[in-house]
Design a protein around this ligand. Structure first.
Ligand code: ATP
Ligand code: MG
Length: 195
């Protein structure tokens, strides 16, 4: 049986409601069987500029985030592969595991704008349909020469960067991340001062 699988990659440091609302709405709109929140092992475009929570901790948070959600799963292929994470490699691995599946690469528009900086981005566009959702902020121009499927999702002005700063200040993350994610943050002692 063929299936439709969405690959939603990210650093997820931490995973928040913006990620979850995007994943469930894209799944619904495009009739996907599953959306995989794929945790980047080394997000090489970010790791030079800031300290990233170790991959196991981010994977634990994503697992907690999707545990009770139908059709969402936490992806560990990139963490298991190790090294820098490239979506092209992940799509190849997914295609091997699910030879008859239609694959969809899901990105927010900030990430979509940078598609041509990705390793082997041509391969990403060949192996999958490209799906983009708007994110609050300045609208960005999507790289030309690709076919983009636009999906409307509720605009939630939430970013992991802002949430990390809030938590470190002692401000609450309730409702911005789900309760089980907050529990993992406390249990692992992530992001500095606990509220
Ligand atoms: P950071 O601030 O650390 O970059 P982030 O909130 O942007 O974190 P990422 O892990 O970088 O989260 O994002 C993974 C994917 O989720 C990207 O495609 C990004 O565009 C998308 N995304 C993140 N936040 C939202 C949001 N609020 N609404 C829609 N898409 C989002
Ligand atoms: Mg980001």
């Amino acid at each position: 049986m063929s299936s439709r699988i969405g690959l939603f990659g990210g650093t997820f440091d931490p995973p928040h409601v913006g990620h979850l609302v995007t994943a469930v709405n894209v799944r619904h709109e495009l009739g996907l069987d599953e959306v995989v929140l794929m945790v980047a092992n080394v997000p090489w475009q970010k790791s030079a500029s800031r300290r990233i929570t170790d991959a196991e901790g981010r994977l634990a948070m994503v697992r907690a985030a999707v545990a009770d959600v139908d059709g969402l799963s936490a992806g560990d292929l990139e963490v298991r592969r190790g090294g820098d994470s490239y979506t092209a490699d992940t799509l190849a691995e997914l295609a091997d595991r699910h030879p008859r599946a239609d694959l969809f690469t899901i990105v927010g528009d900030d990430a979509a704008a940078k598609l041509t900086t990705w390793e082997r981005y041509g391969e990403v566009a060949e192996r999958s349909s490209l799906v983009v959702v708007d994110r609050p902020g300045t609208p960005v121009e999507l790289p030309a020469g690709f076919e983009w499927i636009r999906v409307e999702v509720p605009h939630l002005d939430v970013s992991s960067t802002d949430l990390r700063a809030r938590f470190a200040d002692g401000r609450p993350l309730d409702y911005l991340v789900t309760e089980p994610v907050l529990e993992v943050i406390h249990r692992l002692g992530l992001y500095g001062v606990a509220a």
